[in-house]
Design a protein around this ligand. Structure first.
Ligand code: 5AD
Ligand code: SF4
Length: 494
């Protein structure tokens, strides 16, 4: 694995010393003579809150796996946590500000627990940690450790070191963090369900002018095929049926194959489709420029590759796309979608949109609306442009007012919602394969996902989680579909 080495100096904070576990407590953890009840009281608990994208969800799970080997069990209640980790997102200002307001709450909690003689250690991880580093220690006195997304394998050591001095670790390391992370136990995989994320690529070299990712996550790095395969086999062995391959720019994947040659995402999908037990493959997030022929062919040739694609276009205006540095036009995107739909006629599309990019005129916004009408999206994410410090677009003088952004976003979202509902209604009467994920909302119901990532509920007494069944869709609600079981899943790979 090749990794870019950033020569920024390591940032270290030396601001405030922290509290310690009492000796008795440490003895208790290691002690041999305490009762079972006492022992369970003394197990350390970690609460991890993830913001933003799937990459963060995956990283949060890896952190929990690693801390499990340090004696921490996961809790969903922040109040009972000995260790609170906020795994943060920096993509838009709102996302970053949320972290500081959450840290205010964490500080109160830390004080309350301290008054009861309990210690709470606080870690800020993820992209805000990477981008803001020491500033977090300055603004949030409750924080003990700030750790970037490439460094969280150092967490146990950082937690120890931070007992003397609060600490920041945001250097881009030379070594691969994945080599240092413990593998999750079968039990941990099982509790996370039959659909799992698998990171195959990190970072981005595209430098869209609005985006912080190339700065916070660094240059594109692809994991070697052998390591991905190893992880896929482990997941499948624990009952996982669906893999979502994730990366900031996942279809730029160019990992080292077992034969030493460079493998594309298309080739990797072919290999993963052979893993026994894996019935479904998805990948996200992609860039239109990296949809190569091999990947498009995989949508045609591999039944395991789901007919669903998240392919952000951001804008329909050629001028805005150019200033965004997206390196394609609206028509090139339309033609690309035509090619993918030719390979997979059932394709459901999803996208990201930004409204109010600096200098966007009414006419340019209308071009985005036209592109949406032309292409048709089954689902989507849309945002008001948010200037991010250090990105080129934030320096453009002609920023669009909040009021105009809000008005454009409302119109855009109305159109996208109409399309989403039309897509969902269009599946009524169809028989869709559903991967059963969990019990449904009501007794006697199970819930799962259609190939198009729609939530489906159906009456069932006997279907096990992990099975793929065929469900005839009878009704489309606003956020999920209702259906009835008609048979065992057929179309998908076993
Ligand atoms: N402002 C608004 N939206 C943004 N995104 C990325 N950066 C910004 C920004 N500065 C959106 C893009 C991207 C998605 C993950 O977040 O649409 O595809
Ligand atoms: Fe950001 Fe995606 Fe552009 Fe990379 S391709 S810079 S992650 S928006």
């Amino acid at each position: 694995m090749t990794r870019r080495v950033c020569n920024r100096p390591k940032q270290l904070g030396f601001l405030e010393p922290n509290g310690r576990y009492s000796l008795a407590r440490i003895k208790g953890l290691k002690g041999r003579s305490i009762s079972k009840q006492k022992r369970s009281d003394l197990v350390k608990k970690v609460f991890v809150k993830s913001y933003g994208c799937q990459m963060n969800v995956y990283d949060a799970e890896r952190m929990a796996d690693m801390l499990a080997t340090e004696g921490y069990s996961e809790t969903k209640a922040m109040e009972e946590a000995d260790l609170v980790i906020l795994n943060t997102c920096h993509i838009r200002e709102k996302a970053a500000e949320k972290v500081y307001s959450e840290l205010g709450r964490v500080r109160e909690l830390k004080q309350e627990r301290q008054a009861q003689g309990q210690e709470t250690r606080v870690v800020v991880a993820g992209c805000v940690a990477q981008a803001e580093g020491k500033e977090i220690l300055r603004r949030a006195p409750a924080v003990d450790v700030v750790v970037g997304p490439q460094n969280y394998h150092n967490l146990p050591a950082l937690l120890k070191k931070s007992r003397a001095d609060r600490i920041v670790d945001t250097e881009f390391p030379v070594e691969d963090k994945f080599d240092h992370l413990p593998k999750p136990s079968k039990a941990a995989i099982r509790t996370r369900g039959v659909s799992a994320f698998l990171t195959i690529q990190e970072g981005c070299d595209k430098f869209c002018t609005f985006c912080v990712v190339p700065y916070t996550r660094g240059a594109e790095v692809s994991r070697p095929v052998a390591k991905i395969l190893d992880e896929a086999l482990r997941l499948a062995d624990a009952g996982v049926r669906e893999l979502t391959l994730i990366g900031q720019n996942v279809n730029a994947y160019h990992g080292e194959g077992p034969d030493g040659s460079v493998w594309s995402l298309g080739r990797l999908l072919h290999r993963l489709a052979e893993v026994p037990g894996i019935a479904r493959l998805r990948y996200t997030t992609s860039h239109p420029r990296d949809m190569d022929d091999e990947l498009i062919a995989a949508h045609r040739d591999l039944p395991a590759v789901m007919p669903y694609l998240h392919l952000p276009v951001q804008s329909g205006s050629d001028r805005i796309l150019d200033v965004m540095n997206r390196k394609h036009t609206g028509d090139e995107y339309r033609r690309l979608i035509e090619r993918i739909r030719k390979a997979q006629p059932n394709l459901a599309l999803s996208s990201d949109f930004i409204v109010g990019f600096p200098g966007e005129t009414d006419a340019e916004f209308e071009e985005t609306m036209r592109l949406i009408s032309d292409v048709g999206f089954a689902s989507s994410f849309s945002f008001k442009y948010s200037p991010r410090p250090g990105t080129p677009a934030a320096e453009i003088e002609n920023q669009v007012s909040e009021a105009v952004k809000a008005e454009r976003l409302a119109r855009l979202q109305t159109l996208l919602e109409v399309q989403r509902q039309a897509f969902n209604r269009g599946t009524v009467g169809q028989s869709l394969d559903v991967l059963v994920e969990k019990p449904g909302r009501h007794p006697g119901q199970m819930a799962g996902k259609s190939p198009y990532l729609q939530a489906v509920h159906f009456a069932s007494e006997s279907h096990a989680i992990g099975e793929i069944v065929t469900v005839r869709i009878t009704q489309a609600g606003s956020n999920s579909l209702l259906g009835e079981w008609v048979g065992s899943g057929s179309q998908e790979a076993a």
